[in-house]
Design a protein around this ligand. Sequence first.
Ligand code: SF4
Ligand code: SF4
Length: 354
Amino acid sequence: MGLCEKNIFEISSCFIEITSVCNANCLYCYNNSSSNSKSYLSLETIHDLINTLYSCNKRISVTISGGEPMLHPDFTNILMLLDKLDIHALINTNASLLHNRDDYIFLENCSFQVTLDSLIEKEQDSIRGSHSFSNIANLRSIIPKKSNTNASLRINLTKKNCDYIDEFIDKAIEWGYDEASFGFLVPYGRAKNFDGIINRHDDPDLWSSIVNRLELQKKQLGSAINLELVNCYPRTDCPFIYPDKLKISPRVASNGDIYPCLLCDDDKFIIGNIHDKPITDILLDESFQALSRVFIARAWEDGYIQECKVCAWKKICFKGCPAVAFETYKSFNNHDGNCDFLKRLYLKKAVRSS
Ligand code: SF4
Ligand code: SF4
């Protein structure tokens, strides 16, 4: 009996990196994609993966990413496959290959996310490759707003660009984007060496002032544009910590390796490879089960984390994100470093309910 029939997991979404080949060589790529990479998931592998995911969840949401996904030789066939199953995909792209395509009929049923780092053309192009600024500015002239296409402008905030939140929003509106999605740059892959990363622990005041600014803008903007705040708050919950029903949003890398989620980036988190067996079987394997037991114990067991043992909130606290804890301390025997935030949050809730 498979995992869907047993009803013990729910795969709510899947992040699929169909290739690591990229024509942009962005300075801070989280998965080190580049024009020197050669890795592709074959159409057959993607076909099997998507059909397996769909058989588990007819409403699955899929992100197609890379590298630059439009460099995949079967990109159109992948779109056709998704379209046939009525899966509306989000395409993470640098928008360099949108012109001269013959698959607009399928592209018009997708959403797009592109990333803008700077409002200065020269600076944007130096970070994300030549013509990046103009490709992003012109996206709506290629995929018009009348189609079924949602366009999201992602802004990864750093010390260099965080003073220009209002101007980024104005640009997103001017260029016809439906969404401006702000998040802090995460130090993964080449971003480890990128200058200006804002770390919540080292720069708590800067971090809070940015989040407050974004919250205020969100309230004031109304329906002018959808403003998304990504990774702005520490995680208070993890979908892997419920033994009776796990919700999982796995990442499939272009070499077929499967990670439980996007932030589980270390090789230690690889739970199997899509070339060996279907993703649903991998989730039932001991490798994922063992990792899941660690996540569950870390969240629920008294004494797993020394500092939490004596904390007044230990019964209601899940000790933050295990992936961030591991990335920060190389161990699961720590909370994720956001304890001060969690304590303030629980105190506020307790006062409110008293
Ligand atoms: S490990 Fe962290 S990022 Fe991954 S699902 Fe759990 S809380 Fe979210
Ligand atoms: S608030 Fe901090 S110390 Fe207390 S249980 Fe949560 S993570 Fe541990």
